[in-house]
Design a protein around this ligand. Structure first.
Ligand SMILES: *Cc1c(COP(=O)(O)O)cnc(C)c1O
Length: 377
């Protein structure tokens, strides 16, 4: 599915030197490597201040903590996402209110969100799933009208860009109240362990995020608020600082690979085969964290097995929508029937997608998929 080793080997000298510099300096927590990376990351997303933390799940949790939400407050979250997007809501004693997603983009829309609004709604967590921005302009307008916080879950879409109706562009993660991202190794910008970051334009909010990630202190041993211990370590920052310089190239490699998949599937007439390829919104660049097909004839698992028999990996993200997860049954509320999320869980299949894919590898995958629809069981 991914080729982290191949990606590393191409930048080995740069990465090794950066890691060795941290080891030589022995500043393993905090210090210059982390500060430098945060500054470069902020510059990369167009100047929105960045606060680093230990992982993407913590980023979401710290964002909710910083906004001062109280038990009983409702937070709207899509049912079709990775568990972390909703887990943090439950962890803080808030109520996850689940909404459905658009069947073609896999993302929540303002229509889904508007059906979930109550007088307890305090925040929305739009997830830029699989690397494509949600249609943010209407979501932001809705949030503004109803005074809701917007916490973007940007774990899968760092580098993606959204274009507003007036033509101005913004990087995903910088449009809401707080943007959260993850540097888990297989994410589009991944380190060699766990890592995460938050983005916020508001300086006071940034300061709160920074304090909460560091035991609620601004001055060492003076704890003003309850926080946690969530730090990006210096070795990870050093790796990320190198990889950030390559992120735009990584995004275009992913986009090119995705376009090649789609082009070849189109030539084969996927609709007749009940196969849907991913769509791109005109107002968003898709950075293809995943390249996700929908198999509409009920044979998704058979296709997955067929590929596996031929040595081709594929993955189901995600096999269970959140409303069917045991952990959420007691604490969450569904704002609408969630039929799309349920259907997607049974029909999605993600193909190998990474920065080191060659045409030959893709041809093997594509030929095997086409072969399945022509001759498979
Ligand atoms: C990976 C991911 C997270 C969590 O990130 P971690 O760094 O693994 O904690 C949150 N939301 C989504 C959508 C993700 O894909």
């Amino acid at each position: 599915m991914v080729d982290l080793r191949g990606q590393y080997l191409k930048i080995k000298d740069e990465v090794d030197a950066a890691m060795q510099a941290v080891v030589d300096g022995t500043s393993f927590i905090g210090g210059k490597a982390v500060a430098d990376f945060a500054e470069h990351l902020s510059r990369y997303v167009g100047g929105c201040p960045a606060v680093t933390c230990a992982n993407g799940t913590d980023a979401l949790q710290i964002a909710l903590m910083a906004l001062g939400l109280k038990p009983g407050d409702e937070v709207i979250v899509p049912a079709f996402t990775y568990v972390a997007s909703a887990e943090v809501i439950g962890l803080l004693g808030l109520t996850p209110v689940m909404v459905d997603v658009d069947p073609r983009t896999f993302n929540v829309t303002v229509d889904n969100i508007s059906r979930a609004l109550t007088d307890k709604t305090k925040a929305i967590i739009p997830v830029h799933l699989f690397g494509q921005s949600c249609d943010m302009e209407p979501i932001l307008r809705f949030a503004d009208e109803h005074q809701l916080y917007v916490i973007e879950d940007n774990a899968q879409a760092i580098g993606a860009e959204y274009t507003f109706a007036d033509g101005h562009k913004a990087k995903t993660g910088t449009m809401g109240t707080v943007g959260c991202t993850s540097f888990f190794p297989s994410k589009n910008l991944g380190c060699f362990g766990d890592g995460g970051a938050m983005f916020a334009h508001d300086e006071t909010l940034c300061e709160r995020l920074r304090m909460i990630a560091n035991h609620g202190q601004r001055v060492k041993y003076h704890h003003d608020i309850i926080g946690c211990n969530s730090r990006l370590d210096a070795l990870q920052a050093a790796v990320l600082d190198v990889k950030l310089r390559h992120l735009d190239d990584y995004c275009s490699a992913r986009r090119q690979a995705a376009h090649y998949y789609t082009e070849r599937f189109k030539a084969f007439d996927p609709e007749e085969a009940c196969l849907l390829t991913p769509v791109e919104l005109p107002q968003s660049t898709h950075v293809y964290h995943q390249y996700t097909l929908q198999v509409l004839d009920g044979r998704r698992d058979a296709l997955k097995a067929w590929l596996a028999e031929r040595g081709i990996p594929s993955m189901v993200y995600y096999p269970l929508p959140l409303q069917e997860q045991e952990a959420f049954k007691k604490i969450a509320r569904a704002a609408e029937p969630l039929t799309v999320s349920k259907r997607l869980a049974g029909s999605v299949l993600s193909l190998p997608m990474h920065t080191e894919l060659t045409r030959e590898m893709q041809d093997r995958v594509i030929d095997a998929v086409i072969e399945f629809f022509k001759h498979g069981r």
